[in-house]
Design a protein around this ligand. Structure first.
Ligand code: SF4
Length: 359
């Protein structure tokens, strides 16, 4: 942060904000009022916080920013999916995708700029890691989406499955989850409706499931050590065996399942032998499998699987009594796989927030 930039108020922890209020001689109950304005009412200026004394509003304005994101691009797909490219104050950008369905409004959000994990099939992995998002930047993706949804609905479901590995940015992600879940002043989203997807960082998965009851999704994508090691370098640090053992022993509430994401790559991991290996691997793990036919992106060496291969793979899992879904690709016409809009846009776009910051 530059010396003349004010800190984003949404990045402060409860303890830090309590210290600030004490320092400016304000009662502690003001914190709840201010968080409600920010996270319930989605206000964009301190002047709008009308139940605060005018002097406090001015004090807040001179101490903090409200940390908005710039909407660099907003692409609406024919199926209603909306993809945002958001600009950050330092000129970097991230992606979020809003998926409307009749009974829920889901957002897929990012937790890092780029990603260090380099999965072979992933567009974000090609960008490399730039930096972690702050708690305020993670939550703001939901607030901006709520502000721009035209039918008056608010985001009901959140998936942390956009750019980056959420558990590699553990502390900021956990604080963002607390704001999402908080009933008294936060976004009031049930933890059952929040899914965090991890590439398989075993120690952090264990810690997360002790500290929250959000739904866990694992990016699996292969059922053998050899193939997973080729597709996902993280497998060299936390092997498939270690990861599945960890999943088997997590303290899950009754009937709660872990979601396993499996991108079907044509001719690579989509054979019936692969499906049978997956069934053996997941034996005894309370699981649900999402099969995701690969959506090719420019620069990728992988291909979409044949429709027949997808059906056969599904059938093997179904016959083994695994709970399995084929994820209908959403927003195909707007490049909805993670990292794609980013890749297209880097060369084409200016970022108004970055321009403001450099002025
Ligand atoms: S799939 Fe996830 S963990 Fe792997 S490179 Fe892409 S963003 Fe990172």
């Amino acid at each position: 942060m530059k010396a003349d930039e004010k800190p984003n108020i949404k990045d402060l922890s409860a303890g830090e904000f309590a210290d600030y209020l004490a320092a400016v001689k304000q009662p502690a109950y003001r914190a709840k009022q201010i968080w409600q304005w920010l996270f319930r009412e989605h206000v964009t200026e301190f002047a709008a916080m009308t139940n605060l004394p005018a002097a406090l509003r001015q004090q807040l304005d001179s101490s903090f920013s409200i940390g908005r994101l710039a909407i660099l691009r907003r692409h609406e797909s024919q199926d209603g999916t909306v993809k945002f490219l958001f600009g950050l104050a330092d000129g970097k950008s991230i992606e979020s995708v809003v998926i409307p369905e009749p009974n829920r409004l889901t957002i897929c959000i990012s937790t890092q700029v780029g990603c260090a994990y380099g999965c072979a099939f992933c567009a974000t992995g090609l960008l490399g890691f730039k930096r972690n998002l702050t708690c305020g930047e993670i939550v703001e993706q939901i607030l901006e989406a709520n502000r721009s949804v035209s039918d008056g609905r608010r985001i009901s479901n959140v998936v942390l499955m956009g750019m980056g590995e959420p558990l590699a940015n553990y502390d900021q992600t956990l604080r963002a989850l607390e704001i999402m879940i908080e009933q008294a002043w936060g976004l009031q989203i049930s933890p059952r409706k929040i899914t965090l997807s991890s590439v398989g960082l075993v120690p952090q998965i264990q810690k997360l499931m002790e500290q929250t009851n959000v739904t866990l999704a694992i990016s699996l994508h292969a059922a053998s050590e050899e193939l997973r090691g080729r597709l996902m370098p993280v497998n060299r640090k936390y092997s498939l065996t270690e990861l599945i053992d960890c999943c088997r022993n997590l303290p899950l509430p009754r009937r709660k399942r872990i979601t396993f994401e499996y991108v079907l790559l044509g001719g690579v991991n989509d054979s019936t032998a692969d499906a049978q290996a997956l069934c053996r691997l997941l034996r005894g793990v309370p699981s649900k499998v999402n099969l995701i036919p690969f959506n090719p992106h420019p620069g990728s060496e992988f291909h979409r699987p044949a429709d027949a291969a997808v059906k056969e793979f599904y059938q093997v899992l179904y016959d083994h009594k695994l709970q399995v879904n084929i994820r209908r690709p959403r927003g195909d016409d707007i490049a909805a796989a993670c990292g794609q809009l980013q890749g297209q846009s880097q060369a084409e776009l200016g970022n108004p927030l970055a321009q403001a910051a450099s002025n």
